[in-house]
Design a protein around this ligand. Sequence first.
Ligand code: GRF
Length: 204
Amino acid sequence: MINLAILISGRGSNMKSILQAHKSGELEGINEIIVVSNKVDAPGLEVAKKEFGANTIIIRPGESKQEFENNLIHELQYNNFLKNDGLICLAGFMRILSPEFVNLYKNRIVNIHPSLLPSFKGLNAQKQALLAGVKVTGCTVHLVDVGIDSGPIILQKCVPVFDTDTEVTLSQRILIEEHKIYVKALKLLATNKLVIKENRVFQI
Ligand code: GRF
């Protein structure tokens, strides 16, 4: 059994679906979950505490990226995380992690992105999809490497783009699928069902 740290900055709907799956026993392989926010007022913090009684931690920005990440590492270790190959999952976490941090937890940091990567990396992926006029977009769960939204892909799900879509309606339709594939990917990782070879991830 491994532990999981969910890093958030905002509303935390992906965090909520992961906590929900854990609560209902769906997330085999995952023992304890802590929620870490870099924002004092992230709405997800209340959800984690009130609805799930989760252990929540706030890491303030600090004077530099290094100070922030040192504090994050300290908190993870203090909470007995990552001793047995724990996982870190980014769920709307709006900070870019340094190469040093990413390499420290190589292949143990996961992210969800609202597009079919490698298309539409970075911010406002749903808006980018609408502007590009694509008929299909989706979401991707991937391992985090030192690039932006560029690590090995674990799972993807397609979502159609309708003529009537706005950024809001498209984001909502993608989010429903995000919640499903994030839980599925974490389950695969936590139960050692994935093999990573260079940039490809295989299910075994
Ligand atoms: C999601 O769309 C996720 O793909 C992106 O940020 C958003 C976070 O939403 N990385 P939430 O906080 O999980 O509701």
